[in-house]
Design a protein. Structure first.
Length: 255
């Protein structure tokens, strides 16, 4: 059986404390320690042996970071995601449209958790370069053009919003890189050229409609009008915080 080490709260642990604790495990390289430290959003490590997980838990406690060891199977999975491109607010619920325009009405009472943030994404891109090459055909000078194509990875932060439905059965997923007018159009006169402001309005409007829904750190700060979005260094960090919240909500319901 494999085990996970999770925090007992979502307070961000100091990176120095994480580094000191992680360095006591011989199976972790310096690169592993850096990656885990950056992605510390509730679920610290997965798929450890029980002995390694318990040693890490003790080392973290010595650094003032409270954690628990769980069998891996006790952590919820990220709910199945339904990607949508358009939404609107109605009295009965949230009207959404998927990537091919099919509508769905989500009743307000079915919204269980809201997670928002600015998430670092790695996206492939292709760059083309055209080079002039001079050649001769017999006595005639000829200029030929050669096109070279280069692939590279572009890193950018994008707004993400996950609307998790009752008890984590499904998640409605919004990514704002495409056609933001379909997402923010409902704002009407409130809509501005500032996308952070529009994103804040959207999260605040959702929180107002479903005040009992759980929220992640990103939605919490936007609800308070912080004026900036919580940054997540990877999609994995963003999702692991959601998984941690679903686990915490389930544990609270058992008490």
């Amino acid at each position: 059986m494999r085990y996970a080490v999770v925090q007992t709260s979502l307070d961000a642990p100091p990176k120095e404390a994480l580094g000191a604790a992680f360095s006591q495990l011989a199976e972790l390289t310096a690169a592993d320690i850096r990656i885990i430290g950056d992605d510390a959003f509730g679920v610290l490590v997965n798929n450890f042996s029980k002995e390694s997980a318990q040693r890490l838990c003790s080392a973290l406690q010595a650094q003032g970071v409270e954690t628990v060891v769980l069998p891996q199977e006790e952590l919820p999975e990220m709910p199945p995601r339904k990607i949508i491109r358009q939404l609107g607010f109605e009295a009965e619920g949230l009207r959404v449209h998927d990537s091919i325009g099919r509508p769905l009405l989500i009743e307000w009472s079915h919204i269980y958790l809201l997670a928002a943030g600015s998430v670092k994404e790695i996206k492939p891109s292709t760059e083309s370069r055209r080079t002039a090459v001079n050649r001769s055909i017999g006595r005639l000078p000829v200029t030929l053009h050669r096109s070279d194509h280069y692939s590279r990875e572009a890193r950018e932060a994008v707004f993400r919003l996950e609307i998790v439905l009752s008890h984590g059965v499904q998640s409605i997923s919004l990514e704002f890189g495409h056609a933001p007018e379909l997402i923010f159009g409902y704002l009407g006169e409130r809509r501005s050229s500032n996308q952070i402001e529009n994103f804040t309005f959207l999260v605040q409007d959702l929180c107002e409609r479903v005040p009992m829904a759980a929220v992640n750190r990103g939605a919490f700060y936007l609800r308070k009008g912080a004026g900036h979005t919580q940054y997540y260094p990877s999609r994995n960090a963003f999702y692991e915080e959601i998984i941690w919240l679903l686990w915490s909500l389930r544990e609270s319901a058992r008490d």
